[in-house]
Design a binder for this molecule. Structure first.
Ligand code: SAH
Length: 242
C-alpha cells in the first residue's frame, strides 16, 4: 500500500511541532493509517472528518500530545471508545512496546481496526467489541490495565465511572477534553471519589488549528466498588453526583 505522499510534509511538521522523534517506518505507518481512515470514510462513512490534513493537524496531533508531557506507563494501554483508533493507534505506532486494547461498542469500527492492525503489521493489538459498562464487570478486564485513555466519548463524570473500573490499582486514566474540560472535571468530583480516583495533573494546550484542549490525568488510588460501572446506558443518563 502506498502512503499518502501529499501529507508527508504536513506530518513531518506536526511531529516536529510536538517535539517527537520517530523513525521513517513509524512515519510511514502513521501516513498509511491516515490513508486507511480516508478509504474507510469513503466506503463506510466511519468518521465525520473528511480531509487528510485535518486528520493530521487535529486528530494525530491531539492523539500524540500526551507523549510530549507524560511518560505513559509501560504495559497495557486500553483505548475506551476508540472509534477509528484515536488516540490508540497513533500511540501504539509511536510506542510499539505497549500492548494495545481497543474497546468500542460499534462492531463496524472494530472490524475496521482489525484491518488497520493487519495492514500496518501492528503486534500485540487486542479488540474488545462491546460496551465499556460490560467490559468493566468482566473479571478478565476489571482492574487489569496500566493505563486507560479516552477521547471524545462522553463527559468526564461518565468516563470516570466507565474507565476507572478497568484501571489497575496505581494505574492511570487519561482523559482528552476540549476547552470545557475544567467544568467537566469539577462535575466529575463525586465520580472520582466513588470510583477510587484522584486527579493528579492536567495540561492545557492548543492543537495547530488553534482549538483548545485539556488533558486530565487521574490516578487510581483505591478499588472501585462492585456497584460501578452501573448498567449499560445508566452512567450517561445519570452521571454520578448529578
Ligand atoms: N475516540 C475516538 C472516537 C470518538 S466517537 C476519537 O477520538 O475520534 C465515540 C466512540 O465511542 C464511538 O465509536 C462509540 O461507539 C464509542 N462509545 C460510546 N460510548 C461507549 C460505551 N459505553 N462503550 C463502548 N463504546 C462506546
Amino acid at each position: 500500500m502506498t502512503a499518502t505522499r501529499g501529507f508527508d510534509e504536513l506530518l513531518t511538521k506536526v511531529i516536529a511541532a510536538l517535539g517527537l522523534i520517530i523513525s521513517g517506518n513509524q512515519k510511514e505507518k502513521l501516513l498509511n493509517y491516515i490513508q486507511l481512515i480516508l478509504e474507510g470514510l469513503k466506503k463506510q462513512r466511519l468518521v465525520g472528518e473528511r480531509s487528510g490534513a485535518a486528520l493530521i493537524e487535529k486528530h494525530l496531533y491531539d492523539s500524540l500530545y500526551p507523549l510530549t508531557t507524560w511518560q505513559i506507563p509501560r504495559g497495557s494501554l486500553l483505548d475506551l471508545g476508540t472509534g477509528v483508533g484515536l488516540p490508540g493507534i497513533p500511540m501504539k505506532i509511536c510506542l510499539p512496546e505497549q500492548a494495545l486494547y481497543l474497546l468500542d461498542a460499534n462492531k463496524k469500527k472494530i472490524n475496521f481496526l482489525r484491518k488497520v492492525a493487519l495492514e500496518l503489521a501492528l503486534q500485540e493489538v487486542f479488540f474488545l467489541p462491546g460496551r465499556a459498562e460490560e467490559w468493566g464487570r468482566d473479571p478478565g478486564c476489571r482492574e487489569q490495565f496500566d493505563c486507560v485513555v479516552s477521547r471524545a466519548v462522553a463527559r468526564a463524570a461518565v468516563l470516570v465511572e466507565l474507565g476507572l473500573p478497568l484501571v489497575k490499582m496505581g494505574g492511570f486514566l487519561l482523559l482528552y477534553k476540549g476547552k470545557q474540560g475544567p467544568s467537566e472535571i469539577k462535575e466529575a468530583g463525586p465520580a472520582l471519589q466513588l470510583c477510587g480516583g484522584r486527579l493528579e495533573k492536567s495540561w492545557h494546550y492548543r492543537i495547530p488549528t488553534g482549538e483548545e484542549r485539556t488533558l486530565f490525568l487521574i490516578k487510581k488510588i483505591g478499588p472501585t466498588p462492585a456497584a460501578y460501572p452501573r448498567r449499560s446506558g445508566v452512567p450517561q443518563r445519570k452521571p454520578l453526583g448529578s
